[in-house]
Design a protein around this ligand. Structure first.
Ligand SMILES: Nc1ncnc2c1ncn2[C@@H]1O[C@H](COP(=O)(O)OP(=O)(O)OP(=O)(O)O)[C@@H](O)[C@H]1O
Ligand SMILES: [Mg+2]
Length: 243
C-alpha cells in the first residue's frame, strides 16, 4: 500500500493501524489516533521513538519509508520545524508569501507578520533576524496559508528559555484566534502540559499514554495542579522525578 493516503477536505486527523518502517525496523507499529478539528495536541517520546516519523506521515512528507494503514488529514496543512527554513536569498515577506501571488496574499502576509510581532521587518533578510524572530516568521508563513492543521516538530527546541516562553504564549494566542488542529512534537514535558489540551506519549511504536490536560489557560509551569500530569507523563516516559 502507498505509505501516504490522504483524502482532501477532511476536518481532522484520523490514523488507522498506521505502520512505518525503515528497512526492517518498525518505527510506528499500528497507530490508531483521532484528532478532532481544533484540538491542540502535543506528542512526547524519547529521541528516536518516531515522533518526527509520525509528523512527517501526517504531513505527507514520508515518501522514503514503507508503511501501511490509513491516514486522513485536512486539505490545508502547514508544517513548522526546529529551524525556520527561511530562504536566505529572499526577504522576510517574500519568504512568508512563498508560492502565493497577488495583492490579497501580500496583504495577508503583512497581517500575519504583524500578528507574530514582526511588523516593520517585512523587507529584512532572514539573517538579520534573531532565532526567535526567524521562528516567528516561520509561524507567519504557516498562518498565511490558513491551515486547518498545524504540524510543528520541536519548533522551539533551538531557542533560549525566555524566548521559548514568549513563543509558547504566541503559539497559544494564534491557536485561540485561528483554531487549527495542532500536533506539536516536543521532548519537553513542561512545554507539552503548558500548551496542549491533550498529550500523547509515543512508546515502542504505539501511543503509550493519551492524557487530557484539563486546566484553564493561560497556564504556568509553576501551577501545582499541573504536577500530577507531569508525573504521569514522566512515568510514561520512564523518567522518575527526584523530589
Ligand atoms: N530516513 C531514515 N532512514 C532510516 N532510518 C530513519 C530515517 N528517519 C528516521 N529513522 C529512524 O527511525 C527512528 C525514529 O526516528 P524519528 O526521527 O521519528 O525519531 P524522533 O522521535 O523524532 O527523535 P528525536 O526526538 O531525536 O527527533 C529512529 O530510530 C531513526 O533512526
Ligand atoms: Mg524528531
Amino acid at each position: 500500500m502507498a505509505p501516504h493516503t490522504q483524502q482532501l477536505t477532511r476536518p481532522a486527523v484520523q490514523l488507522r493501524s498506521l505502520t512505518r518502517s525503515f528497512d526492517e525496523r518498525v518505527v510506528l507499529d499500528g497507530i490508531d489516533l483521532d484528532i478532532p478539528a481544533g484540538q491542540f495536541v502535543a506528542l512526547l517520546g524519547h529521541s528516536g521513538s518516531g515522533k518526527s516519523t509520525l509528523l512527517r506521515a501526517v504531513a505527507g512528507l514520508d515518501h522514503e519509508v514503507t508503511g501501511s494503514g490509513q491516514l486522513t488529514a485536512p486539505d490545508r496543512v502547514s508544517v513548522v520545524f526546529q529551524d525556520s527554513r527561511l530562504l536566505p536569498w529572499r526577504r522576510v515577506l517574500a519568504n512568508v508569501l512563498l508560492g502565493l501571488d497577488g495583492r490579497e496574499a501580500e496583504q495577508k502576509g503583512r497581517e500575519a507578520l504583524a500578528e507574530v510581532g514582526l511588523q516593520g521587518r517585512e523587507r529584512a533578510w532572514p539573517s538579520e533576524l534573531s532565532g526567535g524572530e526567524q521562528q516567528r516568521a516561520a509561524l507567519a508563513r504557516s498562518l498565511v496559508r490558513e491551515p486547518e492543521l498545524l504540524l510543528a516538530d520541536e519548533p522551539f527546541g533551538a531557542l533560549d528559555a525566555l524566548t521559548r516562553i514568549k513563543m509558547h504564549n504566541l503559539l497559544r494566542e494564534l491557536w485561540e484566534r485561528h483554531r487549527p488542529s495542532v500536533l506539536l512534537v516536543t521532548h519537553d514535558v513542561d512545554e507539552a502540559i503548558v500548551l496542549a489540551d491533550r498529550v500523547l506519549v509515543l512508546d515502542r511504536g504505539r501511543i503509550g499514554l493519551d492524557l487530557t490536560i484539563d486546566r484553564p489557560h493561560p497556564r504556568t509551569y509553576r501551577d501545582p495542579l499541573l504536577g500530577e500530569y507531569r508525573e504521569r507523563l514522566l512515568a510514561a516516559l520512564g523518567v522518575t522525578e527526584d523530589h
